[in-house]
Design a protein around this ligand. Structure first.
Ligand code: ZN
Length: 227
């Protein structure tokens, strides 16, 4: 028996039982960096899109070529990744050998019988991802006030830190002063220069340092003070 025969049996069962939904085969599923292919998917039919998945079937030939636990884990990982509520592990074409399960969310799956599976799908409603409590019931989506305040301040802090880094001005380049004939460089307010009323020429500290000596009176430094 080939797996495709089992897939066909599941597909026929889905179409027959749940005509309100659509059926697709070999659906790619992504979770994290990995991916997989769901054999048969029962999903909403919204024009050309698949809409929410209602049920995923993992099809295996009879007898099961791999461990049953491994096949179930595969099915459950597909259901988790797609937030799909119902699953079937179909082993062979005889539906008496199929196992049905319900995704109770947060990695909790319940084995259910075929009647509950069919009743559940008849009454299925889309549930947005992340909107479920551990028991599968919708939860209130608002977070407690202190979490919202902490988040607000956290965001404000990061934004202000980022803008500080972006807008922080470069420190001013220190400027010192020389005279026409002197051999030393001075600050703008140097008493020696002010008293004599000599003409001053501005120069960047780096340049002055190479060709002149610092004045012993005003003691110019590589700081804004020397401006
Ligand atoms: Zn001086």
């Amino acid at each position: 028996m080939r797996e495709a025969v089992v897939e066909q049996a599941v597909k026929t069962y889905f179409i027959d039982k749940f005509p309100q939904f659509s059926v697709s085969q070999q659906c790619e599923i992504y979770f994290g960096t990995k991916g997989g292919i769901a054999d048969v998917v029962l999903h909403q039919s919204i024009k050309d899109e698949k809409g929410y998945f209602v049920a995923i079937a993992e099809c295996k030939k009879w007898p099961l070529p791999i461990l049953r636990g491994r096949a179930k884990a595969q099915l459950k990982s597909y259901m988790s990744a797609t937030n799909t509520r119902y699953g079937v592990l179909a082993v062979g074409t005889d539906s008496r050998n199929w196992e049905f399960c319900e995704n109770k969310y947060n990695n909790w799956f319940a084995e259910i019988n075929r009647e509950d599976f069919e009743w559940g799908i008849e009454n299925w409603k889309p549930v947005p991802a992340g909107a479920l409590n551990i028991d599968g019931q919708p939860k209130h989506r608002t977070s407690p006030w202190w979490k919202r305040i902490a988040l607000t301040f956290g965001v404000l802090f990061i934004v202000s830190l980022a803008s500080l880094l972006l807008l922080w001005p470069d420190p001013p380049e220190p400027i010192v002063y020389i005279t026409r004939t002197g051999k030393k460089y001075h600050t703008y307010t140097c008493e020696f220069l002010v008293e004599r009323g000599v003409e001053k020429f501005a120069m960047y500290f780096d340049e002055a340092e190479k060709n002149y000596d610092p004045c012993g009176i005003c003691d110019p430094h590589r700081t804004a003070k020397s401006r």
